[in-house]
Design a protein around this ligand. Structure first.
Ligand SMILES: C[S@@+](CC[C@H](N)C(=O)[O-])C[C@H]1O[C@@H](n2cnc3c(N)ncnc32)[C@H](O)[C@@H]1O
Length: 390
């Protein structure tokens, strides 16, 4: 195989953590058909190429200084990284104040994205394929989780490396896994210790990438001010319980949908989280919304001015109780505005590809299958008065 050589200037985060991000325009030369992630040798030592095209190795940690120019050669088994020298002297460049990337098209935004990456992530409708990743063993033990890929996408959009991400209903820790993968700090709160234990186990399993601060707290998110500093969170990302609709839908399925394709075709593993009265999933909808409002008053305090809160919610139905359609995402947006957030964006996660259609209401009343979920994006105003009372 012919040797490919690429030069690049190292950023401080790369030097600190011990990785090299392969520049986008050099990926075909340096990666080609190599699988990502995969184990590689870096200067003859064990290393890893991760799925974001970053080369990791203990060899790289603190080896060069920020602003150094290195050359990366693709070898038979991996990579060779060397300082670029000029007649035997190291060439150590101080990066320009604005950014050390040279190419105009690689200038970074507040979240570290290039204009191209930014544009690609800015679709308003996301397909199931774009934001799905395998349901891991720990997801199956919970039953109401989202994918790591979904959390990663949102974290990439609204945060940069080192920022703090909060999930007040963290379940088995998917948000924290994604935050860790992207080198963001994370705090997650979860009521039941059975889920907290799983989250800790999952986070403890990660080895090669040095673990930035990921905290899982067992407790009631109503008390979040005990654990989270005011104005510290760049992104709150969560999927809350859906009031007591899980309990209702389980009962409903037992009674009405015994032979329905819903349970089987959609591979539903939904179950009640537990019996704790503090569980938002055990509250009737109106009481639930009151509690969400009280929680949001605390969330706006801990969010940084200009930071984001993203709620993953699905509208639902409760026809047995005279509510054919519950506009959950609008209620969340409405409460958000009441407590002082700006309604910033609404993203649709199209789930048609991953869910089968079910016969609903036939033959008397026509309902559509709700095969999409919303991501309600709220933003704390830049000039917000964070001393507002709760
Ligand atoms: C929809 S699940 C979130 C799952 C999570 N996104 C994941 O991927 O693992 C909601 C979680 O909120 C938890 N929960 C309910 N009430 C809570 C409370 N008062 N404080 C903290 N967590 C709570 C439930 O136990 C459940 O695990």
């Amino acid at each position: 195989m012919s040797e490919k050589v690429i030069k690049k200037t190292l950023r401080s985060m790369e030097v600190l953590k011990g990785f090299i991000q392969i520049p986008t325009n050099s990926r075909s030369e340096l990666i080609g058909d190599m699988l990502m992630p995969s184990n590689v040798l870096v200067n003859g030592m064990p290393g890893r190429l991760d799925k974001y095209a970053r080369i990791w190795s203990p060899f790289l940690k603190g080896k060069f200084s920020a602003g150094s120019r290195v050359q990366i050669n693709r070898t038979q088994d991996g990579y060779q990284v060397e300082l670029v020298t000029d007649e035997g002297k190291s060439v150590v460049k101080t990066p320009a104040k604005s950014e050390n990337r040279t190419n105009e098209s690689e200038r970074v935004g507040f979240n570290g994205l290039t204009p191209k990456e930014w544009t690609q992530l800015s679709k308003s409708v996301w397909s199931a394929r774009e934001v799905s990743s395998a349901r891991e063993w720990y997801h199956l033990k919970h039953g109401a989780t989202f994918s790591v890929a979904l959390a990663e996408r949102v974290i990439k959009m609204y945060t940069k490396e080192g920022d703090l991400v909060l999930d007040p209903f963290v379940g088995v820790g998917t948000t924290l896994v994604a935050a860790r993968n992207l080198e963001r700090r994370g705090i997650g709160i979860e009521l039941y210790d059975k889920f907290v234990d799983l989250a800790k186990e999952v986070l403890g399993q990660q080895t090669l990438i040095e673990k930035p601060d990921q905290k899982v707290i067992c407790g009631d998110c109503r008390e979040l001010l005990k654990w989270v500093e005011p104005n510290s969170v760049q992104l709150m990302f969560t999927s809350p319980p859906y009031a007591n609709f899980i309990i209702r839908s389980i009962e409903d399925r037992k009674k009405t949908h015994k032979t329905s394709r819903l349970v089987f075709d959609n591979k539903s593993v939904v179950k009640q989280y537990g019996e704790d009265p503090r569980d938002f999933g055990n509250l009737p909808y109106d009481a639930f919304l009151k509690e969400i409002k009280a929680l949001m008053r605390k969330l706006i305090l801990v969010t940084k001015p200009g930071g984001y809160n993203v709620w993953v919610v699905k509208d639902c139905r409760d026809p047995q109780n005279g509510r054919p359609f519950i506009d959950f995402h609008s209620d969340i947006a409405h409460i958000g505005k009441k407590v002082g957030f700006l309604y910033h964006d609404l993203i649709v996660w199209d789930q048609n590809e991953q869910r089968s259609l079910v016969l609903l209401g036939y033959p008397t009343v026509f309902y559509v299958n709700i095969n999409h979920t919303f991501l309600v994006v709220l933003r704390k105003p830049q000039e917000a008065n964070t001393k507002a009372s709760i």
